[in-house]
Design a protein around this ligand. Structure first.
Ligand code: KIV
Ligand code: ZN
Length: 503
């Protein structure tokens, strides 16, 4: 059986869902993590959709070497030209073209007949092929298309040069048996079906994205399209970590396990949640805080006697460490480094020295430093491009439920100058942000997103603040992050981090 390929579309289908947009630096970071995770294909974006998307697809294509990099394109010359120009620098570029094939979409959206769709498919797949050998064709809304017509379109696309045929369940409408049968029907009825990969791309509107993807594999699909944490339009796409761990846990049913390094699943999931400023539901399979927790006495008893009584996969297999040795202020650099490696991080000497210093500062504020704290220190540090314009020297806030909050912020500029100003606001964070604006006078912008999350448990937990700001004349979101046991400090640091980028 052919090994199943993982096509990750976190940076395209995932990123286009509300609240999940990422900037170039963040997309590059996710792409590098996906490469290490060993996905086969990264769909880096939809190059024609904006100059920013074009640039990020191009940068990812140039930065990634161990996987195919794809850009989405509608079946028209402009889209295909943009997609090719964006991915041409990749080690293995792929152009991913699509057109809708269901009666509903053809009549109301495309206003095209079946013959016109077939004609367009033939012409434009061939056009894409003149640029590059690796062509993916998707029949949008395939699961609500007439199977016989779908087979004709697929046959046309293969004849014109498509090497991967994707059968999307665009609106999350199908069921596992139906998906299985549709793929099996196409594989059996399309000439040269064995010369291409059939892919499944399942949305999760009925909570069936993962089940439908796996059923598609049993029907003959050799590529699964999915996203980290199941991000995506509406209810999202099939989740990569769930699909992969289902296959790994049941090799008796799915012997064609993808090449994914499952030990990197947890960190990759965390990275993506962190970038978009969300946390998983406690009961989210694989990566939720309760995914491996055994609360009931009967279960605990069983697990203590033999883990496999109630555990179908180990936390270690997805990269969750269960090391109980606690790090604290007496821990040395070697123990710290060893823990980082166990957590899956490889830092340069300089990064290690910097994180160790921050770890020591944190040890003075918290009795014990958890793995979650360490993960936050590292991801935070690695993410932030060193802003050199200024640092937060000190701040003083006064907040109550009777008067407006006031904040005095003192910044140290790169040349050593100290500047200080105060402002009032609607709460301590707003007052502090007003003070920062008075001090730095940044270009006009709006605060599009602000969130603060506790990194670990307990009231002395580190708080991680995330802000996204938008310049008045641009659609790009600029993000900033701050980490501190004091949530106002974390919030000021996050805002400074973003504001410095636009000055
Ligand atoms: O859901 C869908 O149909 C898509 C296609 C563009 C592949 O995302
Ligand atoms: Zn989709």
């Amino acid at each position: 059986m052919k090994q199943v390929k993982i096509f990750d579309t976190t940076l395209r289908d995932g990123e286009q869902s509300p609240g999940c947009s990422m900037n170039l630096q963040e997309k590059l970071e996710v792409a590098r993590a996906l490469e290490k995770l060993k996905v086969d294909v990264i769909e880096a974006g939809f190059a024609i959709s904006s100059p920013g998307d074009f640039e990020s697809v191009k940068s990812i294509a140039e930065a990634v070497h161990d996987c195919t990099v794809a850009s989405l394109a509608r079946l028209n010359i402009k889209d295909i030209d943009a997609a090719y120009n964006a991915v041409r620098g990749a080690a293995d570029p792929r152009i991913h073209v699509f057109i809708a094939t269901s009666p509903l979409h053809m009549q109301y959206k495309l206003k095209m007949t079946e013959e016109q769709v077939l004609e367009k498919t033939e012409k434009l797949v061939a056009y894409a092929k003149h640029y590059c050998s690796n062509i993916q064709f998707s029949a949008e809304d395939a699961t609500r298309s007439e199977p016989a017509f779908l087979a004709k379109v697929v046959d046309t696309a293969i004849r014109a040069g498509a090497t991967t045929i994707n059968i999307p369940d665009t609106v999350g409408y199908t069921t596992p048996t139906e998906m299985h049968d549709l793929i099996a029907y196409l594989v059996a009825n399309v000439e040269n079906a064995d010369k291409v990969d059939f892919a499944v791309h399942c949305h999760n509107d009925l909570g069936l994205g993962v089940a439908n993807s796996l059923a598609g594999v049993l029907g003959g699909a050799t590529q699964i399209e999915c996203t980290i944490n199941g991000l995506g339009e509406r209810a999202g796409n099939a989740s990569l970590e769930e699909v992969v761990m289902a296959m790994r846990t049941r090799p008796d049913i799915y012997p064609n396990m993808p090449r994914i390094d499952t030990k990197r699943l947890y960190n990759t999931s965390k990275l993506v949640y962190n970038i978009i400023g969300q946390t998983p539901a406690l009961n989210k399979p694989i990566v939720g805080a309760n995914a491996f927790a055994h609360e009931s006495g009967i279960h605990q008893h069983g697990v203590l006697a033999n883990r496999s009584t109630y555990e179908i996969m180990t936390p270690e297999s997805v990269g969750i460490t269960t090391n109980k040795i606690v790090l604290g202020k007496h821990s040395g650099k070697h123990a710290f480094d060893a823990r980082l490696r166990e957590l899956g991080y490889e830092l340069t000497e300089e990064e290690l020295a910097d994180c160790f210093e921050k770890f020591k500062v944190l040890c003075d504020k918290k009795k014990t430093v958890s793995d979650a704290d360490i993960r936050a220190l590292v991801t935070h540090k690695k993410r932030i491009v060193e802003n050199t314009k200024c640092t937060l020297d000190r701040f003083y806030v006064h907040a109550s439920n009777v008067l407006s909050a006031t904040s005095t912020v003192r910044l140290k500029l790169a040349n050593g100058t100290i500047i200080e100003d105060a402002a009032v606001g609607n709460g301590p964070v707003d007052a502090s942000y007003n003070a920062v604006r008075k001090l730095l006078n940044p270009p006009a912008h709006t605060l599009e997103k602000y969130s603060i999350n506790a990194v670990s448990e307990g009231k002395d937990s580190l708080g991680e603040a995330l802000v996204k700001i938008k310049l008045e004349d641009s659609d790009d979101l600029i993000s900033g992050r701050g980490l501190s046991t004091d949530i106002v400090e974390a919030s000021i640091l996050a805002y400074l981090n973003a504001v410095e980028k636009i000055i």
